[in-house]
Design a protein around this ligand. Structure first.
Ligand SMILES: [Zn+2]
Length: 136
């Protein structure tokens, strides 16, 4: 096997590349850090090895101590789903007598997400006003 094809196979074994934004998110929220579980992969560099994530058990070839792409991606997905969930108003008919309390509770959830930086104040105000102004 030539060096060239070894390198292609090693590339296929690597985890997907982390973007800077995804890596920053992973560091901030505690994504797994790859632990060496196999031999060094000097074909990639002096600090490359078979790695495994202690959080999600993903395995890949990467730099020792690199963040787990799959943990970072899961954290990004959770934030996105949280955004979508909180920006969706309570599913209630206009005449439902529980609606006023449901809207108050939703407003509090929106504020928590604004304070956490997951949605903007403008996004929260837009969806809340739209729901308050709903006529059918
Ligand atoms: Zn992981």
């Amino acid at each position: 096997m030539s060096y060239g094809s070894d390198r292609l196979i090693a590339q296929a074994e690597r985890g997907p590349e982390l973007s800077e934004a995804l890596e920053n998110l992973g560091r901030e929220l505690g994504a797994g850090v790859g632990q060496q579980v196999g031999p060094l992969r000097t074909d990639w560099g002096p600090d490359w090895a078979d790695l495994q994530c202690p959080i999600c058990d993903a395995s890949w070839v990467g730099r020792i101590g690199s963040l787990c792409y799959w943990c970072c991606k899961s954290l990004a997905n959770m934030i996105q789903w949280q955004r979508e969930a909180v920006l969706t108003p309570p599913d209630m008919e206009l005449g439902d007598k529980r609606r006023p309390n449901a809207l108050l509770a939703w407003g509090k959830r929106l504020k928590v997400q604004v304070d956490a930086g997951n949605i903007t104040k403008e996004e929260a105000e837009r969806v809340y006003k739209r729901e308050l102004g709903r006529t059918q």
